[in-house]
Design a protein around this ligand. Structure first.
Ligand SMILES: *Cc1c(COP(=O)(O)O)cnc(C)c1O
Length: 406
């Protein structure tokens, strides 16, 4: 295992050192949301205790202070994801909001017969907005199929591409299978036919280095709450030229340059896409979360989490009647499984009573469950504050639960 001061790291996250049902909490539901470090919790409290004020419009001290902090957070995030320009970083409510923004606004520029490509392993939030767009505009949705291992069938993807393809929107890492998709290949191939690429980064930013300029994706979106920050805030990165060409998403305050009843002109980026009073504290504290994450070597965290996943998989596989769902060669952060002859909900409930938080069900990927012909999975999803010792306790509890049910 890599060298971390795990004792100190875990102390940074107060929620981790509590008991549920009289047992030490083991939090393996990081795919749904992450716990928050004390620095983020303190920043939320400080903001509301002292700095609270509306941004971008006040002459007074507090308004300017809040504006500066909010814009500093944007810069922190820009730097972290290596976006070329600050105004390419848009604050949103989260991943879902970011994808809907692109589906609506970029979607306004599409015509009947244009094609959008997604994949069979997408989260509902990267399926439904595109179905809505296709209904609105008469576009065609194509779905890259996957193998039994949970990898994209790349030959089929390549065969879908044509001058009709306008956008490819795929998840960087599957929240259900843990598959790391070959996004570099996807981006290069999509660009070759003039299509843009959106990456759903909800499961990647917290697990690996993401570099907008190196990836060369056109859009990338993630949620604050899955990267150790608050809920209700997220980021949509978009290339400046494309964002400039897109019409606004929502109308209101902040997104305008001048309003008259005859004609309204729109504000510049990023404000054009940030109508209304945003989640100010959320944005500032997402910056704090990214600062916290930046205090580590992300490559080391990734390697450590890789070891956790491999260890968990090896141990889970030893248990009879357990089948792992998602066995891609490149995967991280997630182990999904079913226990033959049991329902995921029952396993989840028994684990919960032993202090272990996992997720059960379809994980907002119902079409993927249909593909595997299962109602759902039990999903253990890890963060860098999890340990091998926790996995050992989990395995013992899982064995006990399986024995009780079979
Ligand atoms: C969580 C998640 C989403 C949705 O994120 P929200 O925070 O609910 O908007 C989208 N895609 C993936 C892969 C996710 O894991």
């Amino acid at each position: 295992m890599a060298e971390f001061d795990m004792h100190k790291i875990r102390k940074d996250f107060p929620a981790l050192s509590q008991q549920v049902y009289g047992k030490d909490l083991i939090y393996f539901d990081n795919g749904a949301t992450s716990q928050k470090p004390q620095s983020v919790i303190d920043a939320i409290s400080t903001y509301y205790s002292k700095d609270n004020s509306n941004i971008h419009r006040g002459v007074h001290y507090l308004s300017q202070l809040a504006t500066t902090q909010y814009e500093e957070a944007r810069k922190t995030i820009q730097k972290y994801i290596n976006a070329e320009f600050e105004e390419e970083v848009l604050f949103t409510k989260g991943t879902t909001d970011g994808i809907n923004l692109v589906a609506f606004s970029f979607g306004e520029m599409l015509n009947a017969g244009d094609e959008v490509i997604i994949s069979a392993m997408e989260h509902h939030s990267n399926i439904v907005p595109w179905q809505m767009l296709c209904e609105r505009k008469g576009c065609v949705l194509r779905v890259i199929p996957i193998t039994q291992e949970g990898e994209l069938k790349m030959d089929e993807f390549h065969s879908f591409l044509s001058e009709k393809t306008k956008l490819v929107s795929v998840t960087h890492i599957s929240n259900t299978l843990g598959t790391i998709n070959p996004v570099e290949e996807i981006i290069t191939a999509a660009h070759a036919v003039g299509a843009k690429v959106l990456l759903d980064g909800a499961q990647s930013i917290q697990h690996m280095k993401v570099d907008m300029q190196a990836l060369d994706c056109d859009f990338y979106t993630f949620s604050g709450h899955k990267v150790f920050g608050p809920t209700g805030v997220g980021i949509l990165y978009g290339k400046k030229d494309i964002l400039n060409a897109m019409p606004p998403y929502q109308g209101g305050g902040d997104m305008i340059a001048k309003v008259t009843f005859e004609k309204t002109t729109y504000n510049e980026l990023p404000h054009k896409f940030e109508a209304g009073t945003p989640n100010i504290s959320g944005g500032i504290c997402l910056g704090t979360a990214i600062d916290y994450l930046s205090s580590f070597d992300i490559d080391e965290l990734e390697a450590y989490e890789q070891e956790l996943v491999e260890y968990a998989e090896t141990e889970i596989k030893k248990i009879e009647a357990v089948r792992i769902i998602g066995t891609a060669k490149k995967k991280t952060s997630v182990v999904s499984f079913v226990v033959e002859g049991t329902h995921p909900f029952d396993i989840g409930t028994l684990l919960d009573k032993q202090g272990i938080a996992v997720r059960t069900g379809h994980h907002c990927t119902q079409p993927l469950m249909d593909f595997f012909e299962i109602p759902g999975t039990v999903r253990a999803s890890f963060a860098f504050y999890n340990t091998k010792e926790e996995i050992d306790i989990f395995i013992t509890a899982l064995k006990r639960s399986v024995k009780m049910l079979l």
